[in-house]
Design a protein around this ligand. Sequence first.
Ligand code: 26Y
Length: 841
Amino acid sequence: QTATTEDDVLTNKDAFEESFVKHVETTLARNMYNCDNLAAYQATSNTIRDALLIDWANTQQKQTIQDGKRVYYLSLEFLMGRAMDNALINLKSRDNTKKSLTELGFNLEDVLEQEPDAALGNGGLGRLAACFVDSLSSKNYSGWGYGLNYQYGIFKQKIVDGYQIETPDYWLKYSNPWEIMRSEIQIPVDFYGYVYEDHDPNTGKAKKIWAGGERVLAVAADFPIPGFNTDNTNNLRLWNAKPTEEFDFTKFNAGDYQQSVGAQQRAESITSVLYPNDNFESGKELRLKQQYFWVAASLHDIVRRFKKNHKNNWKKFPDQIAIQLNDTHPTLAIVELQRILVDLEDLEWNEAWNIVTKVFAYTNHTVMSEALEKWPVDLLGRLLPRHLEIIYDINFFFLKEVERKFPDDRDLLGKVSVIEENAPKSVKMAFLAIVGSHKVNGVAELHSELIKTTIFKDFVKVFGEDKFTNVTNGITPRRWLRQANPELAALIAEKLNDPNYEYLTNLGRLKKLEEFVNDDEFLKRWDIVKFNNKVRLAALVKETTGVVLDPTVLFDVQVKRIHEYKRQQLNIFAVIYRYLKIKELLSQGVSVDEIKEKYYIPKASIFGGKAAPGYYMAKTIIHLINKVGDIVNNDPEIGDLLKVVFIPDYNVSKAEIITPGSDLSNHISTAGTEASGTSNMKFALNGGLIIGTVDGANVEITREIGEENIFLFGNLAESVEDLRHKHIYEGVHIPQTLAQVFSAIESGIFGNPDEYKALIDGIKYHGDYYLVSDDFELFLAAHVKLEKVFGHHGGDASDTDHLHKWVKSAVLSVANMGFFSSDRCIDEYAEDIWNIEPLNQ
Ligand code: 26Y
């Protein structure tokens, strides 16, 4: 058999091997005798890529011919993780590749490990964008992502002496086979300069001209996004900043060659690094430059493509194009499109604005004030003088309209103004995004209600309820079930009688699993899968921390960005409390077996997550977790009763191992602070149970899976304001249990207590903003309850009690998680916000 089409490499061993060898010898200029795992990864990915590019070209051609509406998803973050396994799964080529590689003397799993994560995001928001592009392709939509091709993704985290150390993530050390450089697509982007008025020579009308002072080129890099079970392959276009060829001759002639070259080189700094802040705004000029660079390049690309087919028929623009703003980071796109239409294409202001507001929609991901972007007008006016004028005009016309509608409400104007008058005078990007969009959505029901009643309530009054909507987040089951948990995915496929895994694009079919909840054989198999995944997780823990975990104990996991509102501190305080109690029991002569039987089941607390480099409190929490681990894990009396580990450098590929290996995961944010959460969905889909607060998507997860299958605790969002108020006026009440924990920390058993002073004082004396004191004992009580359900024989398939309670709950959870597929989520956006339909295949 010989290879006839590029597609053969996906399904035919000979074709694969032929292409593999060709890539080793030509692309890599090596030979088969010195081909290591890295070279094997490169040759394999190039082989798969060749096939992918065919689908991609066909898709783009088909989409162009059909000339339907397309959505553009603008996100400053795409937390993609690795591409190869996902491509193999979506292209149905995993078996063939595995077999072929084995014949060539390689092991697929080892080869996959060679790929660096594309870690171009911080956390939830970036990973959501990655799940969305997967769903857009898998559900046959025409949808592109636009972002930045950072040379350095989120930093790599090392733990040294219990402290977080950040090191750069230079992920492009070897060429990236998944990226197609489009050197011919170069878009000039201007900054600085000044604005002057001129007259149109034809009409005599006054016209604003922006003479930019600094020019940078945006060069496209394309990443094909394969869909599952479809040829539809969308595009993710990430921009690189490059210097223009123009040279500053005045400087050159003045003899300052070095400086002239230096300025050119600085152009590249725009896309050099991802800002490592999650839910925290820092107001840096370079960040604003990144934002404008990216939206300007993307919009000019979109407009250019539109004009190719539709010339200047601007009325058609909103029928052809929808643009979704992933948080406020791309809000300048609204201003840029207005500028293009008015200044460059000569449309009347109102006609242009009408088009703009039909095209854009805005997703909000947070209610916390420290994460809401505000740009000082001086900074904005210096970097983008014309844009600042347009923002003022947008605000002026908007306020005029508000005044007309609500002539008696003088206060309202001040409340909804896009400009904050306080020093420093600044532009409120969320307000601008609302004014320039036709829809605004939150990411879970509770969150979408909260934005309507708190931060955006005045806009509900102005625009009416209908502009504000909810689209509950979702996750892609291709990566987060099939790829991360192949054993569970296979067991489910078998029970659903679905050898082609069609349930992965019809996740509601999981419901059928309910039929098997009373089948002991099935429950045992399910439990063995979980056990195997715990073994895999224990191996990762051993490799990264040196700590050996017993896979039969309860694996109690909290992995996510470290943030006070996510309350890793609540979790570690409870772990400390548990340690103190165990020590007390041991000192009273209670035996280890008796402790396990009557008091505390054996468990391992597993943490992971990055702190923003400048976030002192988050770094303190990381340090405390590590120090507690040092003490507990090395306490000879404790044994397997308790282990505490911090897995360094939590990222997407580690999440793929950690998620399936958890029995219990923590989603314990202060009520009303976590917009949605998406890892809660990942854990529940992988047969882990949740301990959580009534916050974000936990609410809807509970509704779907049943409250008997989740461990909820804590004060509700509606009480938070009163409690905070009470803390300030009556002082914080620290319960006895928590006081013991604080005393232990202050005694110095976890190292110098000064290091934890800010953390503890924040609770005791500075108002306990995140309500740790209020929820601590409720958290402990939830643990007592859930540990009874788990029993002390997790993973021992002969423990029928564990099977009939815990494992049954896990199955019922998975059976009812279909709603949380990002496919459902994308369908809702398509129908309610973008007004697009899937393509005919
Ligand atoms: C202003 C800027 C520095 C900034 C950068 C990153 C602001 C916010 C962020 C990231 C926010 C984020 O990741 N939010 C999370 O979005 C998820 C997807 O909707 C939610 O599930 C999660 O609750 C929310 O915290």
